[in-house]
Ligand binder design. Structure first.
Ligand SMILES: [Zn+2]
Ligand SMILES: [Zn+2]
Length: 372
């Protein structure tokens, strides 16, 4: 309570004053570490490196120890910078960042310019100054990789990797361009940049698969069997989730999309035994697909001019008793179908005009039959 009575300006000043003191203490530590480094204290104490030794001796995180050693090794070289640090005119972090900038060969004007930047700006400037040698290049090239890792039940995948500078720039540009085409959601409801980039990557992958695609209009990879526990799901396609043969576990949303887009074979299970392929879950007959595609001539969402991967969608979903009747089908582009409807959870307003469809948050059609 006592603290609350102090004026914020007073506390802000004190905060700065304490940082100056910390910086001063860090400088004194750096000077000592510099001396100990010279007499190989780490080796004498059985440690592999000075940062290891500092981390162990002071019981601090390795990152902090590395910073201290890094500063200790630069400290003798850049006396004017350390003079300003010792006088409390700059912080320890600022001094270290400036020394690193000088260390990569920045001229005096560049170092002076860095004073007007924040610390992140100085780090960027340092990275830009650093000359990339042949060895650096070879290292990055050797380190390049891309890993695609499914979670245990394969309901999600994690993607990570390292590309060389030029390849990375190229990949980034094509990904950004593609992601910019993904801003189509209704009602000002935007997807995040990260979500659009993820969607863009999937679109790029699908286009690549297209080179080997048959001409039946089905999405690549959609020729899968889905096992649904009929006892659990009551034949509705499942509020309980289901498994794809040799593939990821999917939830009801994904199943509904599979039923829209391709010839997915749904196998009903009862008591763990396969019952015959469910008639109700069969894919849209090819003749009906063609009819609907011809009738709509493109994405039926009002104002959408995209013709990217046009797919038929069930206005009343299969899981809510919707049929393959052409009246229950609307052609959607991939963005509206895959992203807006099946990923983001929008529904088609059944009362909207057939070629000027509106998206809504309210599900269309009757509720699924509930088990008693
Ligand atoms: Zn659909
Ligand atoms: Zn569309």
């Amino acid at each position: 309570m006592l603290l609350m009575t102090r004026h914020p300006d007073v506390m802000k000043e004190e905060l700065r004053e304490l940082e100056t003191q910390i910086s001063e203490l860090r400088l004194r530590q750096a000077v000592i570490v510099n001396e100990l480094d010279k007499v190989n204290t780490a080796g004498a104490d059985g440690h592999r490196s000075m940062p290891d030794w500092v981390s162990s001796w002071l019981d601090v995180e390795h990152a902090g120890a590395s910073e201290l050693v890094s500063a200790a090794r630069l400290i003798g070289k850049y006396r004017p910078i350390n003079f300003r640090l010792a006088e409390g005119r700059i912080t320890f972090d600022r001094a270290l960042a400036t020394m690193r900038l000088a260390e990569v060969g920045a001229d005096e004007a560049t170092v002076r310019h860095s004073e007007s930047l924040d610390l992140a700006g100085v780090r960027r400037l340092t990275a830009m100054q650093r000359r990339v040698g042949r060895r650096d290049e070879r290292e990055v090239a050797a380190d390049r990789f891309l890993a695609v890792q499914p979670t245990l039940d394969e309901s999600a995948y994690r993607v990570s990797g390292v590309l060389t500078g030029t390849d990375g720039r190229l990949f980034e540009r094509s990904l950004y361009e593609r992601a910019d085409e993904m801003r189509l959601l209704p009602g000002g409801e935007a997807t995040t940049r990260g979500q659009r980039q993820a969607d863009a990557l999937v679109a790029m992958a699908m286009d690549s698969l297209d080179r080997n695609r048959s001409d039946d209009g089905a999405s690549p990879g959609a020729q899968v069997s889905v096992f649904v526990d009929l006892d659990e799901a009551n034949g509705t396609g499942g509020e309980s989730g289901c498994a794809i043969e040799y593939g990821p576990r999917v939830g009801p949303n994904t199943l509904e999309e599979l039923l829209c887009t391709g010839s997915v074979r749904v196998v009903g299970l009862s008591g763990g035994k396969a019952i015959v392929t469910s008639e109700a879950a069969r894919a849209i007959p090819p003749a009906v697909r063609r009819l609907v595609a011809h009738r709509d001539g493109g994405c039926t969402i009002g104002g959408c001019t995209s013709r990217y991967r046009l797919e038929p969608h069930h206005i009343v979903p299969r899981s809510r008793g919707g049929t393959h009747d052409p009246g229950n089908l609307a052609t959607l582009c991939w963005l509206h179908h895959h992203i807006a409807v099946h990923l983001q959870g929008f529904h088609i307003d059944p009362d909207s005009p057939p070629l000027q469809r509106r998206l809504t948050r309210v599900p269309a059609g009757p509720d699924p039959p509930r088990r008693t």
